[in-house]
Ligand binder design. Structure first.
Ligand SMILES: Cc1ncc(COP(=O)(O)O)c(C=O)c1O
Length: 365
């Protein structure tokens, strides 16, 4: 007889009689109650004992057989498989591993040691000071739904992968928008569509910095970007900001500096707009150090009263500025849609870098 013990809930979300039978037998195999070679209870008797249909029991046995826990054959009673065929029960490996520190790459070790900002509470609050949230009533739901449906119908021609750099039509629309709204004269080929600006910052860190290099970072600045750069093992050279953004007179002359991350159109979090004099200083500094500038234009669309100031990349004649834009502030961070405008020489390597973890772009969203 199967000794009915409460099955462990090792599979969150598992429900139903079949799932309970599966767990029950799997646990009994794992803890040795059912030893290798032992007969499993007959499907008929187990069904009667648990007051479930025989089909339910048979389905659970078939699953256990498919996973190598039971050996079944037509007309024969099911038996527990040999120990070699039976993988350890879930949880066993995990709990054994949890006791020792996992063996990680240098990147993994650095990441473990890096403190991340806490995720916001899901609990509703009376006054929400969370920055960057978009009021749901401002989202153009109807227009979005219409466009979404039209796009779904248009896409039916093929459901194959989209190129990693993103849909050609979206990139060409972005090219036009960036020229009009941000003063950027780029080719659509320079645009790489990604899942939000955070996913744009990550390859900048990985592709442009080595451990031991240094990067310039605004103080105070956007912590999640800083963490991306620090995870490479590069040193953070914090540079003060004032009401006009980055204080370019304080830029480090460290010879290992390879990159500066800046938010010139709206310094994060203080809001200063970097004046033209400082923009030129920054570009000249980058030229002297042969350094890249990562321009995070996370909310460059927003200005009160006057046209948004053009992007830093629009006055870069030396191909040093990597521009990052996002739909998170103007539409919604739930879209996870952002883009990079890359200096032409960086396009191939950034496309490759995007292809490795993500393969291709999303086209439907
Ligand atoms: C300065 C800055 N950069 C980047 C991001 C990330 O934006 P995204 O949602 O596009 O990843 C944020 C998010 O608030 C931000 O404040």
């Amino acid at each position: 007889m199967v000794q009915s013990r409460k099955p462990t809930d090792c599979h969150p979300g598992a429900t139903g009689a079949g799932r309970r039978i599966y767990d029950l037998l799997r646990n009994q195999i794992a803890d040795g109650t059912l030893v290798p070679g032992a007969r499993a209870p007959s499907t008929r008797s187990l069904a009667a004992e648990l007051a479930v249909s025989r089909t339910t029991v048979t389905a659970a046995y078939e699953q256990l057989a498919a996973e190598g826990f039971l050996v079944t054959a037509m007309g024969r009673v099911a038996r527990v498989a040999s120990p070699l065929a039976a993988p350890a029960a879930p949880g066993t490996n995990a709990s054994r591993r949890a006791r020792r520190a996992p063996s990680l790459s240098g990147f993994g070790r650095r990441l473990t040691g890096i403190g991340m900002p806490a995720l916001p509470d899901a609990e509703p609050v009376r006054f929400d000071f969370l920055y960057g949230a978009v009021a749901s009533r401002d989202f153009p739901t109807l227009v979005w739904r219409r466009a979404y449906q039209a796009e779904l119908l248009r896409q039916q021609r093929s459901l194959y992968y989209v190129p990693p750099e993103g849909d050609a039509w979206l990139r060409s629309a972005l090219q036009g928008y960036l020229r009009r709204a941000r003063g950027l004269a780029c080719e659509a080929e320079q645009i790489l569509v990604v899942h939000g600006s955070q996913q744009a910052i990550d390859p900048c860190a990985r592709l442009l910095l080595d451990a031991g290099d240094a990067f310039v970072f605004e103080d105070p600045g956007y912590l999640m970007a800083r963490r991306c750069f620090e995870a490479t093992g590069a040193r953070c050279l914090t540079t003060p900001v004032d009401e006009h953004g980055l204080d370019t007179a304080s830029l480090s002359q460290d010879e290992r500096v390879r990159l500066a991350y800046v938010t010139p159109s709206h310094q994060f979090p203080l809001g200063g707009v970097l004046p033209i004099g400082r923009r030129l200083d920054l570009l000249q500094w980058a030229a002297r150090h042969d350094a890249w500038i990562v321009e995070d234009d996370y909310d460059g669309e927003f200005r009160y009263g006057q046209r948004p100031i053009d992007a830093l990349q629009s006055i870069d004649t030396d191909g040093r500025v990597i521009y990052i834009g996002t739909f998170s502030k103007a539409l919604s961070p739930q879209l996870r849609l952002g883009y990079l405008v890359l200096p032409p020489e960086l396009v191939p390597v950034f496309r490759q870098a995007k292809r490795l973890p993500a393969t291709r772009a999303s086209i439907i969203e």
